[in-house]
Every structure is written in structure tokens, then in C-alpha cells.
Design a protein around this ligand. Sequence first.
Ligand SMILES: Nc1ncnc2c1ncn2[C@@H]1O[C@H](COP(=O)(O)OP(=O)(O)OP(=O)(O)O)[C@@H](O)[C@H]1O
Ligand SMILES: [Mg+2]
Length: 316
Amino acid sequence: MPSLLRVEDIKKYFPVERGIFKKEVARIRAVDGISFSLDKGETLSLVGESGCGKTTVARLILRLLEPTSGAIYFKGQNISTLDRKEMFKVRGLMQIIFQDPFGSLNPRQRVGDIIGEALSIHNLAQDRRRERIGELLRTVGLEEECIWRYPHQFSGGQRQRIGIARALAVEPELMVCDEPISALDVSIQAQILNLLKELQERFDLSFIFIAHDLAVVKHISHRVVIMYLGKIVELAETEELYSNPLHPYTKALLSAIPTIEKRERIVLRGEIPDPSHPPKGCRFHTRCPIAKPECSEREPAPKEVTKGHLVSCYLF
Ligand SMILES: Nc1ncnc2c1ncn2[C@@H]1O[C@H](COP(=O)(O)OP(=O)(O)OP(=O)(O)O)[C@@H](O)[C@H]1O
Ligand SMILES: [Mg+2]
């Protein structure tokens, strides 16, 4: 069976322009040659520090941004070459949920209208439409009466539920969740994660789930991708990644999770380098605790160490 989504060697470089003639002086390599696939009903998480290119990948998948190069296949079709009309049909099968549920909901619209607007692609009769809005609200754990209220009358967690109901309204197959719980209280985070998991089982949804730490994604991901400065450094099934991390960067991210039996914390030195001038060789070598001289010379190619476990590091 082909994958639902396949991303092939995508790159996105943003120009840095100066002066009145907008001369290009550098290029930010936000995403620099990334490939992965996603199956139906699967959750693949993208994890990495701020600025490593996670949101850019999300926007490329939805074609909210055009890639500098590479291709994206959705249900076997190369969507990178679709025209506006063809893309409109595909877009209905993909939805994005953002970190800030307040910023993404129109404050002047009632909840009923926010969800109703998303439903408009289905051409439902008025009474059926009202019924469907109620159904969607109940599906995400909200009362039907919420339709009369405005976004500011809800808590952060509830607003995120409204955002999820709106995304579900179009009956998508793929949901891209860009840090959907980062802005929420810890006690609420687990509730939203459970809701997403429940919806996945019920509607056979596929998720790309973005987060910047590994603690959050463990219980919802089937596979995890670790990103660093626009590249994938490691990709593995969740169990395998947490029990047998290979890349020194993954090990550092894992050591930052507070656990009961204290693991030794690996603190990375230095700052994340400037993505317009990434380090030569392995991009991580400037911060790597075990870097060797050769790491600054050539870039390590991704290697499949065991089935489905990829790592880009000279040690392997
Ligand atoms: N429209 C843009 N124009 C120029 N540079 C951009 C643009 N969008 C993103 N970038 C740059 O691309 C890099 C990757 O950004 P991106 O937002 O994808 O990172 P991220 O991993 O989502 O980070 P965060 O965890 O902070 O959300 C950053 O250096 C960012 O400054
Ligand atoms: Mg982001």
C-alpha cells in the first residue's frame, strides 16, 4: 500500500535581502533536504529545537509555501505540481492546527459560525448543518450550547478543542498539528493529547505532530523524526528511539526529560548556529560532545542502522 504522504528531499531556502534593490546577500536554509513518509492512521512526530525548520516543513506539506526543490506526494499524487483548482480539492483532505488557538480563531465570530464556515464545503442543508456543528462540538468534548459563544469566553484548552472541531469539519485524512499543546497548562496538555489519540482511532486520521521536546510526543507517536538545523538527524519507531537513541543530539534531548530515576543530563554547549551559514560537515559538530576532527569535514549520509532506524552520524 502506498503511503498517505511522502516527502522527498524537500528544501526551502528563504532569501535574505539587503538595500533598496533587494540584493540577495544570503539564504536561510530552513529545510535542507528532508525525506520521510506517513502511513494512514499513523502519527509521525517532528521534534527539534526552535528554528530547526519544523513549521516550515508543515507549511510545505500544506503548500502554504512553495519548496525550493523536492516533491511532496499525497495519496500517490505529486501535489507540488498541482494548479490552484486541483490543490483546492487536496487541501480539503489536509488540515493544520496551530500552537496559539486564540490567534487562529476569529474573535468576532461565534463558535457556531467558525465551525459552520469550515462546513460550508459540504453544502449541507441548514438544519443538518446545525446538527453537524453540535455533533462536532460533542466529538471534541464541548457542550452544544457553545455555538453561541465567542472564542474569548473559553479557556486555552477549550479554544484548542474548537480549533480541532473546525479542522474535523472538513473530514480530513491528514492533520498537521504544529505544537498544539505548547501554549497550554500541563494539566490540560494530556487531555488534548488524549483527545487527538481518540480522534485518530475513531476517524483513522494520520497526524504530523510537531513538538520541541521529546517528553510530549512519546505516548502519541508511532515514529519520531529528530531535526537539527533543517536536516533529519535520526528517525525511528517510538519504542526504539526512546530505548536505543543513537545520535548524540537525540541523547541530549532525551536527557532533558525529567524522569524519576535521574538520568545524567547532557547539556549542549553553544547556541544553535545561524541557518544561513550552517557549519560545514556535520551540522551538529559545533555542539556535539563527542565530535571528532572528521565531523567538520564531510556531511554524514543518513544510514539505516536497523530496519526503520535511520541516523546521520559518523559513528554509525
Ligand atoms: N518566511 C520566512 N522568511 C525568512 N525566514 C524564515 C521564514 N520562515 C521561517 N524562517 C526561518 O527559517 C528557520 C526555520 O523556521 P521554522 O519556523 O520552520 O522553525 P521551527 O522549528 O518551527 O521553530 P519554532 O520551534 O520556534 O516554532 C528559522 O531560522 C526561521 O527564522
Ligand atoms: Mg514552529
